[in-house]
Design a binder for this molecule. Structure first.
Ligand code: CA
Length: 228
């Protein structure tokens, strides 16, 4: 089956040229010419890879990437302007898998694409999931292990699930309702203090034990995990 690539690039000539080359290599290509429609297409799924220009009308490539990463781990290669070192750094920080500097030779782009697809294909085959981290805390979804400063932390199943969900939403405020939905998995009627109770357990095993402030209460809303 042909791999499906989304190309988000506002320079239409360049986009058309890249599209033709990719099609010639046997890829299926979809294009978007601005940030918002690129994000919308990317979020609609079905792509194995996204080529994302940094300078886009409507919404920058960085912002598209940032929003996309809340929902999807699809491989993203950023197309950056020559010598825009900051773009590269912040692109990789925001979860880009690779970048290529414009103008590029098509062979180099093709090589990067093959490499990115190979890595993600392997991860999918092995069912590997990347470790989730915040500060000195690491959670391995596969082995269900949690360490802080290299030290193993024993969690119950619910505590682990709760922590995993917070980490998958790192830096974002998660409501009690969302936690009940995703961690307890049913419509919880009445008291929502189950969440608060389990948050207390997590805090005593992580924040208090290691003298950290990772789990923060947002009064009246919910919780957020981030480097404190
Ligand atoms: Ca551009």
């Amino acid at each position: 089956m042909a791999e499906h690539i989304l190309l988000v690039e506002d320079e239409e000539k360049l986009a058309r040229m890249v599209e033709l080359e990719l099609q010639y290599e046997g890829y299926q290509v979809d294009k978007a010419f601005d940030g918002p429609s690129g994000l919308e297409k990317a979020l609609s799924g079905g792509f194995q890879l996204i080529l994302l220009d940094v300078m886009l009308p409507g919404m920058s490539g960085m912002e598209v990437l940032r929003r996309l990463r809340r929902e999807s781990q699809v491989p993203v290669i950023m197309l950056t302007a020559r010598d825009a070192v900051m773009d590269k750094v912040s692109g990789l920080d925001s979860g880009a898998n690779d970048y290529i500097t414009k103008p590029f030779v098509i062979e180099e782009l093709l090589a990067r694409i093959r490499a990115a697809l190979r890595v993600s294909g392997k991860a999918a085959e092995n069912g590997e999931q990347e470790a989730l981290t915040v500060g000195t805390l690491t959670l391995e979804p596969e082995s269900r292990q949690v360490t802080v400063k290299g030290e193993r932390v024993e969690l119950t199943r619910k505590e682990f699930d709760l922590l995993e969900y917070l980490l998958r939403n790192k830096g974002k405020v998660v409501t009690r309702d969302a936690l009940l939905d995703h961690v307890w998995g049913f419509d919880f009627v009445g008291e929502t203090n189950a969440v608060d109770v389990y948050i207390r357990f997590l805090r005593s095993k992580i924040d208090e034990r290691f003298d950290l402030k990772l789990i923060r209460t947002v009064r009246g809303v919910g919780y957020v995990i981030e480097e404190g």
